[in-house]
Design a protein around this ligand. Sequence first.
Ligand SMILES: [Zn+2]
Length: 234
Amino acid sequence: MAQLRPVSADLKGMRRSRFARGFLAALLMAAATLVLLLPVAAQAEGHAQVFGAQVVRTTVEDFLVPSLPRPVRVHVLPCPGDPAAQGCHSSGRSMDTIWVNPEAGGLDSETVAHEMGHVFESYMWDLRWHHVAGSAFVPRTFRRIAASLFDDPGQGILLSSAWSERFAESYSACARIPALTETLRTGYWGFEMTPEDHARICPLIDQMARHYEEATAADPSILNSVVLSQAPSP
Ligand SMILES: [Zn+2]
């Protein structure tokens, strides 16, 4: 079993960049105290409450797969630890934050959807780690998705960066592309998605969002809760 997944500063989502985790965590904490939250939110039924630039909110509202009905903070700024990265994601105690860097091309829907894929995964694990009734579908469905994304997914696959990055790429593809006619290869963390993978994974993302809404309807505390500072293993 790999080490536990940190929740408060999940930097695995840092896209096309490499940092020391501790250094980044310090930077992110500093940034979180400095950056003002834009006082504008958009919330569609079954969609994330996105705090940030209109262009990003519009992109999220146009997704072909659901986002989860929790707040997300968006900064249209370079990532705190790597100005060259297109985007990055950090899990927070009460809400996740994504950065998309327009100077690196990060405002494109591919990057926004990739980072929102990290948010989707993060909020799904919150449900599981809070032991919300009916949350057993989370690891079960993620393993089904991993079985499509990896030739030989091992026992600890869901704790790996490769999984999170390939899942985010999958979420991005499902958010933007109704159907694939040929295999999609993004070159990021070895991500490949065949038309069959797409047809299998996208409905599973839809299904997870439905199950999430059912579970939170029965126990809505998670929607406004402070996430665990240290997560148990899935
Ligand atoms: Zn990523």
